[in-house]
Design a binder for this molecule. Structure first.
Ligand code: SOE
Length: 379
């Protein structure tokens, strides 16, 4: 078995999700590669040491440049906030490291394009952590669409609803709330939540050609967690857009952190000529399926419990009927990345695929500020 030495940058929510995936993958997936948790990196030595001890990293660094310079690191995993993705990824690719980058790829498509150029020039394997593609029910949706079971697709409808920033007392900036600071996040729910919806949509239904959007910032000023000073809020709190796909289908997308009662309600529905699909993150192991070709007597929405060995990824887990959850989507993503290395076929979404999402989010923000339809650039 070949070892793959991981250098993890960041130790927050995503540092934990990715580390868990690296640790579990070989227990469940037969692969030629074995990730080794070589070093964790973060600016706060005590915190990064505690993280390293919890997850079993062999060493720590407090400067990502030193991590990248280490000859014993094969792969850099960027689980740090959005504003450092580009600089780290470009430096890591110059050092010949493989790179996994947390979503969104970059603060904007211009930075994303530089990252794509850097990894492609260096020829290093790369992937963006859009994990929801690898929830088995979502992967099954992809399979059903690719098999042509829906026929021509007319509609795509996606939502990602949360409610954690309604209080004006939630600060912006700092470790837990950097997603509210535009200088660190790049945008609000457009880059954070809609990016997930867009990535899944591009994968399931092909390219988006045009968008028209509206955004709103409900709380205009928040205290900055690091300086303690009140500061203008630069992110979008809510974002909704209409889109046209290149295949002729029409779409609506909505994301907000102001939908009281919803913590992470990511749903999508796809309506085709013959059949429709609905998926809900709160019930993530189920895929709702309606097929008009069923006999009239029994025609109706089916709730497919995606837990059978015939269904995507499930033969690697327990026995039919026993479900898995959120963290497994990250394990699947690592498994596919490692399989891609061994087969010489890069696993998606690559940085170039991630850039396609950044082009859509840029177009959404541009449309919201100009009030016009915007054509989406191709990546
Ligand atoms: C924000 O609350 C967040 O954690 C996103 O950053 C994640 O990408 C999403 O999966 C869940 O919500």
């Amino acid at each position: 078995m070949k070892t793959l030495n991981i250098g993890m940058i960041g130790y927050g929510f995503m540092g934990r999700a990715h580390s868990n995936a690296f640790r579990k993958v070989n227990n469940f997936f037969p692969l030629d590669y074995r990730p080794v948790l070589k070093a964790a990196c973060g600016r706060d030595a005590a915190k990064v040491q505690a993280f390293a001890d919890t997850w079993g990293y062999e060493s720590i660094e407090t400067d990502w440049r030193k991590l990248i310079a280490r000859a014993d690191i094969d792969l850099i995993d960027i689980a740090a906030p959005n504003n450092v993705h580009a600089e780290i990824a470009i430096a890591a690719s110059r050092a010949g490291k493989m790179i996994l980058c947390e979503k969104p790829l970059a603060m904007n498509a211009a930075d994303g394009a530089k990252m794509v150029k850097a990894v492609e020039k260096a020829g290093v394997p790369n992937m963006v952590w859009y994990n929801y593609r690898r929830i088995p029910a979502v992967t099954l949706a992809k399979q059903l669409i690719d098999e042509g079971r829906l026929g021509k697709i007319f509609h795509y409808r996606a939502k990602f609803l949360q409610d954690w920033t309604i209080s004006a007392d939630v600060p912006q900036g700092g470790p837990g709330t950097w997603r509210l600071d535009v200088a660190v996040a790049g945008s609000g729910v457009t880059g954070d939540l809609l990016a997930h919806c867009i990535d899944t949509a591009l994968w399931l239904n092909g390219g988006i050609s045009q968008v028209t959007a509206m955004t709103e910032t409900f709380v205009k000023q928040r205290q900055h967690a690091l300086t303690g000073k009140p500061q203008k809020v630069g992110i979008d709190d809510a974002s909704a857009f209409l889109a046209r796909f290149s295949n002729g289908s029409l779409a609506t997308f909505e994301a907000t952190r102001y939908a009281r009662g919803h913590k992470a309600l990511y749903t999508f529905e796809i309506n085709g000529e013959h059949a429709s699909i609905f998926w809900d993150l709160h019930d993530l192991h189920r895929l709702q399926w309606f097929d008009h070709r069923d006999a009239g007597l029994v025609r109706g929405w089916r709730s497919i419990h995606v837990s059978d060995g015939d269904q995507p990824y499930m033969k690697n887990w327990w026995v039919p009927g026993l479900q898995i959850g959120y963290e497994h989507s990250f394990v699947h993503q690592v498994a596919d990345f490692l399989k891609g290395l061994q087969d010489g076929k890069p696993a998606a979404p690559t940085f170039r695929d991630g850039l396609a999402t950044d082009h859509v989010t840029d177009a959404v923000l541009k449309s919201a500020s100009t009030g016009r339809w915007v054509n989406v650039k191709k990546s």
